[in-house]
Write a protein that binds this ligand. Structure first.
Ligand code: ZN
Length: 253
């Protein structure tokens, strides 16, 4: 049986209006880790989850809003404190390159470990160890990528922040896990669209043809609707630090 994918929802909150930490999702297959987004509080959440920080060597930042990359300075500080000196690679969309560089330099140029910032664009594919990632352009006021990640025979989609768009919905078909933002409740659809976000029902509809949906980027506003949502095997609303094991349909777990 193939090693299942372990998904740790370190932070599941939006930029405000929530007591959840900023977005940070750790994918783990065996000893190979991929950190997708690093919102505020991500360093603390990594410690709380009992993660060996030195194994975090690849970080994918979908865009440069604080709830998606505000944790980077603290992560670098903690990597140094834990004596993790192996190089870190950070993938960013073009518009995030300078802000992310600035964030990492913020507390001094001497912060190890060494790091490389790789710019990736929509349509591009990258391969990092066991992970293959490709990217779609999300619909958000700031340049934002929605990654599609293949690992261990599984296909994982992550919307990041976006209004619904057809390409993502199409790629979600048959995905093993569709992680989608659900920032606002349905009655705020107009506001949601204006700010490049999705409502709860839009998120569920977008991911409906995937094997499983995880709703993230939550606010107290969307949670008021989610409280009455029937969740279960196919739709989950993770709390910070919740974990999920994903394996192929032919495997048991
Ligand atoms: Zn956000």
């Amino acid at each position: 049986m193939k090693t299942p994918l372990r998904v740790v929802f370190l932070g599941t909150g939006a930029g405000s209006l929530t007591d959840r930490m900023g977005l940070a999702i750790l994918l783990m297959v065996g000893q190979e880790y991929l950190l997708v987004d690093a919102g505020y509080g991500a360093n603390v959440q990594l410690v709380r989850a009992g993660i060996d920080l030195c194994r975090v060597k690849v970080i994918l930042v979908t865009h440069h809003h604080i709830d998606h990359c505000g944790g980077l300075p603290s992560i670098f500080h903690d990597l140094k404190a834990h004596g993790c000196l192996e190089p870190i690679t950070i993938y960013v969309p073009p518009e995030a390159e300078e802000p992310v560089k600035t964030l990492i330099r913020l507390f001094g140029p001497r912060i190890p470990p060494p790091h490389m910032i790789e710019v990736v664009e929509a349509g591009q594919r990258v391969e990092v160890g066991a992970y293959k990632a490709s990217f779609m352009e999300a619909v958000h006021p700031l340049q934002t990528l929605s990654p599609e990640i293949s690992v261990a025979g599984l296909r994982i989609l992550y919307s990041s922040d976006t209004a619904p768009y057809p390409e993502f919905k199409s790629r979600a078909k048959g995905a093993d896990l569709c992680i989608h933002e659900a920032t606002l409740p349905d009655h705020m659809a107009e506001l949601s669209s204006r700010f490049g976000h999705s409502t709860v029902s839009q998120a569920i509809k977008t991911c409906k043809d995937s094997r499983r949906t995880a709703l993230v980027h939550l606010t107290t506003l969307s949670e008021s609707q989610l409280a009455s949502l029937a969740t279960g095997e196919n739709i989950i609303v993770p709390q910070d630090l919740d974990e999920l094991l994903v394996s192929s349909p032919r495997s048991s777990f």
